[in-house]
Design a binder for this molecule. Structure first.
Ligand SMILES: NC(=O)C1=CN([C@@H]2O[C@H](COP(=O)(O)OP(=O)(O)OC[C@H]3O[C@@H](n4cnc5c(N)ncnc54)[C@H](O)[C@@H]3O)[C@@H](O)[C@H]2O)C=CC1
Ligand SMILES: CCCCCC(=O)CC\C=C/C=C/C=C/[C@@H](O)[C@@H](O)CCCC(=O)O
Length: 172
């Protein structure tokens, strides 16, 4: 089925390749294994910051990117390895990704997504890159940055921490 192929593709690209690539770089750079330290910047999305029915697969992959990168960048690890891990949540950005046809799990969702993508303000590539550079210059390890709607990059680490404080209630 086409959707299985697309789904496996997006999971492979956004999760499997990102995690294996990050860990390769991580092990190469980590100071406690004779590396020189360094920075990993992983790209998530605004879809990791809210729950929408439009793209359950894509949203799941971007949430995985956020959680993996936040956890890998935690101080307990960073203090030993000097490998800083930063996560970027981009809003809709004017690239080929949103220009091409976006296949969803059914036609109804695809139509809703097209409307959403047209309605949601699209930021320029320049603004997205400027925001990424700000995060690179200022971001601490394990931080999350919201870069959307041509606004300056915003460090939303505290929001993510608060969200997980709520989610962990009753767990321990
Ligand atoms: N454009 C947007 O609105 C947003 C994009 N993002 C994320 O930003 C990242 C980049 O997306 P865009 O630049 O917008 O997409 P894009 O489609 O414009 O660019 C993707 C690039 O990756 C290359 N590529 C595809 N498969 C590859 C592979 N197997 N190996 C090496 N290169 C490959 C393509 O040739 C293309 O140049 C993605 O992770 C996307 O999910 C996140 C939020 C919003
Ligand atoms: C209003 C939504 C804002 C989204 C901001 C972004 O991250 C841009 C995403 C733009 C396109 C995403 C394409 C994703 C494609 C695949 O996931 C999809 O074709 C696979 C199956 C559907 C699914 O992801 O559930």
């Amino acid at each position: 089925m086409i959707i299985i192929r697309i789904t496996l593709g997006i999971i492979f690209m956004s999760v499997t390749a990102l995690i294996t690539g990050s860990l390769k770089a991580y092990n190469w750079m980590r100071k406690d294994r004779d590396g020189k330290g360094g920075t990993i910047i992983n790209i998530s999305s605004i879809v990791a910051l809210y729950q929408s029915p439009l793209m359950p697969v894509y949203s799941a992959t971007k949430s995985a990117v956020l959680q993996f990168s936040n956890c890998l960048g935690k101080t307990e690890i960073f203090s030993r390895t000097d490998v800083r891990v930063i996560t970027i949540c981009f809003g809709v950005t004017d690239t080929n990704l949103i220009r091409g046809r976006v296949e969803c799990i059914d036609k109804e969702l695809e139509e809703k997504l097209l409307v959403a993508l047209q309605k949601f303000p699209t930021q320029s590539i320049d603004s997205a890159v400027q925001g990424l550079l700000t995060a690179f210059e200022s971001g601490t390890s394990g931080s999350t940055w919201l870069i959307t709607t041509n606004k300056p990059a915003e460090d939303i680490t505290k929001n993510v921490d608060k969200a997980y404080e709520i989610l962990r209630q009753g767990v321990f």
